[in-house]
Design a protein around this ligand. Structure first.
Ligand SMILES: [Zn+2]
Length: 219
């Protein structure tokens, strides 16, 4: 079976399951999508772990890693998948430098690193977590395959592919903060959704169901 046929089968099964019910379709489609995405994250984590265990140093500066946290995994050949043979490790700062130097040769999107955004926990607000994205930052997001929204206190994270996130960062949702930052929160009554602030364009809040997981294990 070819990958396209696998996708067609999955679509067919989801359509059968939901039999025209848009809520059921949304749930099943999101469930399969999020789980497959998580599988990929776990594959990457395992490759990273094996490279670290084998004593891999930073591909850019050749220094050993002090801590395993935040170490970036980079695929040498963007057409090939995640394996020890095709991946190297880099410090986050070295990775930035690497891409700044290679940006002319490499198309945006070939960098597989995760952009990690952390939020402390707010107790006395209507929301638990709050991440701000500035317009400058939004432009640089194309260097990353995906963005991880991390809860600093629990270590739980949800990962959004950059193209999905960028679709939601519309001019209408820009707030009056900074140079027109976008606000993304976790509201207290919607713990399993990312809440996109309405912004000065006056749109409604937008909610995106997400899966919270630690870096290693699904929640
Ligand atoms: Zn380095």
């Amino acid at each position: 079976m070819k990958p396209k046929e696998i996708l067609d089968q999955a679509r067919k099964l989801i359509a059968e399951y939901s039999s025209g019910d848009p809520d059921k379709w949304w749930y099943a489609n999101r469930y399969v999508f999020a789980r497959l995405q998580l599988d990929e994250r776990q594959t990457k984590t395992a490759v990273k772990r094996r490279l670290l265990d084998a004593g891999a140093t930073c591909h850019v500066c050749a220094t050993a890693f002090d801590s395993t946290r935040g170490v970036h995994l980079h695929r040498l050949d963007a057409d090939r998948g995640y394996s020890e043979a095709n991946c190297v490790l880099m410090h986050p700062e070295c990775h930035q430098k690497h891409h700044a130097q290679h940006s002319r040769e490499q198309l945006p999107g070939t960098c597989q690193a995760l952009c990690v955004k952390e939020s402390k926990r707010y107790e006395d607000k209507p929301f638990f977590y709050w991440w701000d994205i500035s317009p400058n930052e939004a432009e640089r997001l194309d260097r990353h395959e995906a963005v991880a929204f991390v809860q600093k206190d629990t270590g739980y994270r949800c990962v959004l592919p950059t193209p999905t996130l960028k679709l939601l960062l519309t001019p209408q949702r820009q707030t009056t903060r900074g140079a027109g930052n976008w606000g993304i929160k976790v509201l207290k009554n919607r713990p399993n959704q990312l809440a996109f602030e309405p912004g000065r364009g006056g749109e409604a809040w937008l909610f995106l169901p997400v899966v919270w997981a630690t870096e290693e294990q699904p929640h």
